[in-house]
Design a protein around this ligand. Sequence first.
Ligand SMILES: Cc1cc2nc3c(=O)[nH]c(=O)nc-3n(C[C@H](O)[C@H](O)[C@H](O)COP(=O)(O)OP(=O)(O)OC[C@H]3O[C@@H](n4cnc5c(N)ncnc54)[C@H](O)[C@@H]3O)c2cc1C
Length: 664
Amino acid sequence: MEEVDHLAHERSKAQFDGDAMKVVWAGSKHALDVADRMARLVASDPVFRKDNRPMLARKELFKNTLRKAAHAWKRINELHLTEEEASMLRVFVDEPSYVDLHWGMFVPAIKGQGTDEQQKKWLPLAYKMQIIGCYAQTELGHGSNVQGLETTATFDPKTDEFIIHSPTLTSSKWWPGGLGKVSTHAVVYARLITEGKDYGVHGFIVQLRSLDDHSPLPGITIGDIGTKFGNGAYNTMDNGVLQFDHVCIPRNQMLMRVSQVTREGKYIVSDVPRQLVYGTMVYVRQTIVSDASKALSRAVCIAVRYSAVRRQFGSQDGGPETQVIDYKTQQSRLFPLLASAYAFRFVGEWLKWLYADVTQRLQANDFSTLPEAHACTAGLKSLTTSATADGIEECRKLCGGHGYLCSSGLPELFAVYVPACTYEGDNVVLLLQVARFLMKTVSQLGSGKQPVGTTAYMGRAQHLMQYKCDVCGAEDWLKPSVILEAFEARAVRLAVNCAQNISKAPSPEEGFSELSADLVEAAVAHCQLIVVSKFIEKVQQDIPGRGVKEQLQILCNIYALSVLHKHLGDFLVTGCITPRQGSLANDQLRSLYSQIRPNAVALVDAFNYTDHYLGSVLGCYDGNVYPKLEEEAWKDPLNDSVVPDGYHEYVRPVLKQKFRVSRL
Ligand SMILES: Cc1cc2nc3c(=O)[nH]c(=O)nc-3n(C[C@H](O)[C@H](O)[C@H](O)COP(=O)(O)OP(=O)(O)OC[C@H]3O[C@@H](n4cnc5c(N)ncnc54)[C@H](O)[C@@H]3O)c2cc1C
């Protein structure tokens, strides 16, 4: 195929240093270097080919995933990759598999909940992949309500063992990734029963399959839960079902960092604080926010490049038609998503810092910021994954009909991404947790207890309840302090309104339940404020590179003002801004879209994604879309023969009228 860069003209229009922006996106020069090397390593290895994925039947697809996972592990060892390089390599292999749960959930669960002794025993095996683990919490009957789990772990002092049992159909473990066909071990969550008393849900390490022939151990029934949404997509993962019939495990396989059962069967809470467990949750959710920015940026990269290539209408005297990226409606849908991808990238980066801060504080027995950090990560997980899932679908629509083809990469990206709104906590359930925390914070405002971290602004509630936005012209909306105060006032007022309405209910619980839809909106407002404020903080730092800071400033303003525009109702009903000020914000937004337009392609180039990772003929770097679309079409198995299988049985008889037609 000819080697012409069809987007060269777009690239030449950029008003900033693209290499410097790549460093900002990656987080550092070192991170960029690692990501770049790993992406190229994967892209150049034929085993990691993925363009045929949507066409493979489930069994073939799954076997191919196993092959890739094994090959990745081989390469990691052969090349002596560091932990950082290995995890990047897995990112670019870009195929959900048991490996994700092994490294992402099983290992952190043991690290977070295991004693030193348990860590010493299990982690080396896991690190060398001599055992493969998964995270078995959710059951057929209960997911969000973890306290409702039914699997039991009953201590038997006679044998010094726990008996793990699934007493009902609904207690079957259902959904854990990697469980269905691969994992040899699992961290299983079960109700701990000892001395006849139920102590609630605890984690246990349970071996599931023989390390010799992979057959399930006695008392264990195990399998895959079935095909999931989309072609390819998450069907590479063996989400599993698991039932226990009185399976015995040694007592020391209960994860005993925060509580223990003694040889005699006494339940004791250790002096290690329970809150430590939350540290793991902060870690896992921080990675989910990072993944959101990756998924959204991929979709946006495809939609921006294709929108610059695609032309429709507007041709005068036989001249070229208009690039669809130049339509204002296209810009008003696309550029807020581009800005969101950057916003989520920076909030994800900040969450990494937060995790380090929480870990340090936990080590010093300082738990003061933990509830706030916990609420903040729960909220950001919910906000970023919902916006990303919606954003990928919007990008598909932005690519018109061709976006619906698997070769655009968007259908599979959507299908593989949407469950992020559900796993690691259903997004609505998480927002309700955030709302509960906000209500508690509001109730303590008069007590002198100062709100911390991302809720610190609530300490200025009195001022924010009185606040009047002083925007007089569209350019006033470019001031970070103006944007911040408007978002703070909206968040505080929505929260305080909810608290006041709850106080009128017969009981706080009834009030909370009645107002839950409003509470979710208050929680969203709080989380959007966090994203806006972290973007502003980022832009206020020293950022090297010609024009880089200016572009980020524009993106930051686009993010904030597009959120404001979308939620204008909130800002107006809470009286934070006037209708005129809302309209000025919209004027400013239009101007910002025009400013970002010449830089759009270069801004997605800064993600530094290889064509392999993007997996999209519409988003390919050189923009040579049409020949690639055609090439992909001819690769479809349906085109293997010109006359389709089935013609003689089912098409010819219709054409030749060989059916007995009764009435005609
Ligand atoms: C692809 C995928 C991978 C997964 N991987 C794993 C894994 O590795 N290990 C594991 O243990 N689990 C896993 N899960 C399970 C996942 O964690 C649960 O599905 C998730 O926690 C949601 O729980 P649920 O399915 O019970 O939803 P439900 O709680 O039944 O939610 C159903 C609906 O009810 C609403 N709802 C529920 N409670 C409330 C409430 N209190 N107030 C208002 N609305 C409410 C929800 O918003 C939702 O709309 C996975 C799930 C998926 C889809």
